[in-house]
Design a protein around this ligand. Structure first.
Ligand SMILES: *Cc1c(COP(=O)(O)O)cnc(C)c1O
Length: 241
């Protein structure tokens, strides 16, 4: 095993231990907490290592890098001689402009960063042309002062209802980005807000059975996110540093 792969394996093991400890503290099952590794800060070598280590849920926050990465990796997997590897599933986690929707749909399995009806409608229209149904999450701005993107907490329920009328979308959950600070506890109120909003939406029968994910928690704050009910963590730095 190369040095990079060993480092990543160790980091993943430590992250999984921390997740298990946070699950134990909050009476949760580790099977209910998934990990998306955000690869925006690394090269193709690290991504290959991830796949070899069995990580298949990957995330990018920029359309151009997402499409480039996905294409490069496809090519590599096609040519690879030493045993087959599972193909990754890409999550788009960054701000998405409507004119980039087509490019994203070519590669992403999940779009976590839907934050307006106009964007949702554009994704729905494009997906309709391909006769497919796209998994999306509604990004909510739960730490109102510090984030530019995401819909307001007060607008989320209604927006969720509208999104659920779009036939080629499947709303699978809510996503939020905690406030950007070094204090891991500072994000907790935002996570609590997202979970409460989620419960309120479930109570109002938004989304149905498939509406079941809370995507929250990054390198600095994932333990708090697990304790507050995250089902998808998006972690980059802690995997590669
Ligand atoms: C970069 C990024 C992450 C991962 O952040 P780290 O601090 O590197 O773990 C998660 N979510 C989004 C939307 C990101 O852009």
């Amino acid at each position: 095993m190369g040095a990079t792969k060993i480092k990543i394996a160790k980091n993943l093991a430590r992250i999984r231990e921390n997740i298990a400890a946070a699950c134990a503290r909050s009476g949760r099952n580790t099977d209910d907490v998934g990990l998306v590794v955000v690869t925006k800060s690394v090269g193709l070598g690290e991504i290959k290592s991830l796949l070899e280590l069995g990580v298949t849920e990957l995330g990018e926050n920029r359309v151009q890098q997402l499409t480039l990465r996905a294409a490069e990796l496809d090519e590599y997997l096609k040519r690879r001689r030493n045993g087959p590897l599972a193909r990754p599933r890409w999550h788009m986690v960054g701000h998405l402009q409507r004119n980039k929707v087509k490019a994203v749909l070519n590669v992403a399995g999940v779009i976590q960063s839907v934050d307006s009806l106009r964007l949702a409608e554009e994704i729905d229209a494009r997906a309709g042309r391909d006769e497919r149904r796209v998994e999306i999450m509604l990004q909510v701005n739960c730490s109102e002062e510090s984030q530019k993107f995401g819909c307001a907490v007060g607008a989320a329920l209604h927006l969720g209802e509208l999104i659920c009328t779009l036939k080629h979308l499947r709303l699978i959950g809510l996503m939020t980005i905690g406030p950007l600070t070094d204090d891991p506890q500072a994000a907790r109120p935002a996570f609590v807000r997202l979970r409460e909003l989620f419960e309120e939406m479930r109570h109002e029968k938004v989304g149905g059975e498939g509406f079941r994910h809370l995507s929250m928690g990054m390198s600095q704050d994932y333990a708090a996110a697990v304790e507050e009910g995250a089902t998808i963590l998006r972690i980059g730095t802690a995997v590669f540093a």
